[in-house]
Ligand binder design. Structure first.
Ligand code: FA5
Ligand code: MG
Length: 485
């Protein structure tokens, strides 16, 4: 377990997905019960759904819960003075226009082609499963990452580089650094063989690396730039090209981290003048994505553990070819904006980003216009936790939390998480499996989950927690057919 994003996660389906496409942070998230569902509407009987004024036909693939539908399009990344918006603009400052063109308003509903096929996900890739992705219908999803727009922006070919910030959606488990709606920033930078002097990409990229500022931050990077099995060089790229592109990518992202932490340090000093700076620990690790090779993730040591903040790599050349720009080579990355904002402001819980509480929002007011006033977040209070367990038998043929392998009933842990989310909303802090048992004679499986009910805004009474918990128990029986113990 290398980061808080990698707590033990027992869904084998999820883990397979996670390891394969780099969506390794399959711990958890949950939903607020939204009070401002204006235009997005769905009900289980209706045959269509309206999302931000656009109508979509529902089919058997449709799996948007009412709470996820109602949370679409809040676009925290463009809400002035919101910490996600402030974090976005600090990162953008390291990727200046006109080299980088900014795209901040792409629509969240995309085709499965955009989200998966255009990026080379195989047809049977677990990332496409209904347990991990929100489907509007068979061919349409809520984007699970900003990479869904990569190919289109490469095809438009309007700039040497770009940044795409947007809300993204994933079905997942529940904890403090995961949420079913979060924000990512995609970045890319290309060099064109036909435009660089003598067609020498490596030389042109190194020249651009030299033009980037240097930094003093210590970075662990123990692996070679490419590795034949673990992190292969692409056919058609020379080692010199890949090394130069990797150097530009890593330096650019390290400078982004330095920028965030220089603001974080100023904020810490503004909050407590006797603050003692601790050296920042940052490391590159090898990764895998179907659309980059070689690939890496960047982790930052935070609050006693490694936190993964981004994935990146050298863009697969067939993506450029299919986008009609075969002579271009370059890099791409995808950053979790919540994660960076948590580091910047010391925000302890990802649910807070959705808070409408003045005690939260007022702490960031004015910052979009003047970053000088940036301070660390002051938690308003830590309200008591209320733990409740639910234990149940699966139907005898089922294989719970196994993504469906083993035959029989199809229960995936994400289905359990979604039931809890839909009932408890932001009152649930986390959900963990605390026990698993197979009956020695019947072979029947039993699970016990511990749900932590804790509001960020007030003390929850035991009666209220009991009421949520009772509804969770009933829904587990009704929707998953389990037998309570
Ligand atoms: C991706 O989504 C890739 N599209 C990133 C990428 C882009 C790779 C371009 C290569 C080239 P991943 O699933 O690891 O990768 O997510 C990227 C980041 O999003 C993570 O490092 C993390 O910071 C953030 N993230 C992922 N899941 C969650 C979540 N549930 N809640 C909050 N942040 C999350
Ligand atoms: Mg990842």
């Amino acid at each position: 377990m290398r980061s808080i994003a990698r707590r033990p996660y027992i869904s084998t389906g999820g883990e397979a997905l996670a390891l394969f496409i780099g969506l390794r942070n399959v711990a958890s998230r949950q939903l607020r019960l939204c009070t401002q569902c204006r235009s997005n509407s769905t009900d289980s009987k209706s045959t269509s759904i309206s999302i931000d004024g656009k109508s979509y036909i529902k089919d058997t693939w449709h799996n948007l819960s009412p709470s996820i539908s109602s949370s679409i399009s809040q676009r925290l990344h463009i809400q002035k003075d919101h910490p996600i918006c402030i974090t976005r603009s600090i990162i953008e400052s390291r990727f200046p226009a006109p080299t980088y063109k900014y795209h901040n308003t792409f629509f969240p509903v995309v085709s499965t082609h955009q989200n998966f096929d255009s990026l080379g996900f195989p047809a049977d890739h677990p990332g496409r499963s209904k347990t991990d992705t929100y489907y509007v219908n068979e061919k349409t999803v809520l984007r699970t990452h900003t990479s869904a727009h990569q190919a289109d922006v490469f095809r438009a070919n309007e700039s040497e580089g770009f940044l795409i910030s947007a809300d993204v959606y994933r079905r997942d488990a529940i904890d403090r650094s995961h949420y079913p709606v979060f924000h990512q920033m995609e970045g890319a930078r290309m060099w064109d063989r036909r435009k660089v002097p003598n067609g020498d990409i490596a030389a042109a990229v190194w020249k651009d690396v030299e033009a980037l500022p240097k930094h003093e931050m210590k970075v662990e990077d123990p692996n070679p730039p490419t590795h034949p099995e673990r992190n292969p060089l692409q056919e058609g790229h020379s080692l010199e090209e890949a090394e130069a592109i990797a150097a530009h990518l890593k330096r650019s992202l390290e400078l982004m981290v330095v920028e965030i932490f220089s603001h974080a340090k100023k904020a810490a000093i503004a909050s407590s003048p006797d603050y003692v700076d601790e050296p920042l620990k940052v490391r590159w690790i090898e990764a895998y994505f179907p659309f980059t090779s070689p690939s890496w993730e960047l982790e930052i040591f935070w609050q006693g553990d490694w936190l993964e903040v981004l994935g990146c790599g050298v863009v697969k050349q067939d993506i450029m070819e299919k986008a009609g720009v075969p002579s271009q080579l370059g890099w791409a990355f995808g950053i979790g904006l919540e994660r960076m904002a948590m580091l910047l402001f010391e925000i302890p819980d990802i649910r807070l980003f959705w808070s409408k509480d003045e005690r939260f929002l007022s702490q960031f007011r004015g910052l979009s216009d003047n970053l000088e006033g940036l301070k660390r977040f002051v938690p308003f209070s830590k309200y008591p936790a209320c733990y409740k367990d639910v234990a149940f038998w699966l139907r005898s043929t089922s294989s719970a939390a196994g993504g469906g392998q083993g035959g029989g009933q199809d229960i995936h842990e994400n289905d359990i998480m979604e039931i809890v989310r839909d009932i408890g909303g932001d009152v649930v802090e986390d959900v963990i499996k605390v026990d698993e048992f197979t009956h020695p004679k019947t072979g029947r499986k039993s699970f016990c989950y511990r749900i932590n009910y804790r509001s960020l805004e007030r003390t929850l009474t035991n009666e209220e927690a009991n009421e949520f918990h009772e509804r969770v128990r009933e829904a587990l029986v009704e929707k998953l057919g389990v037998e309570l113990r």
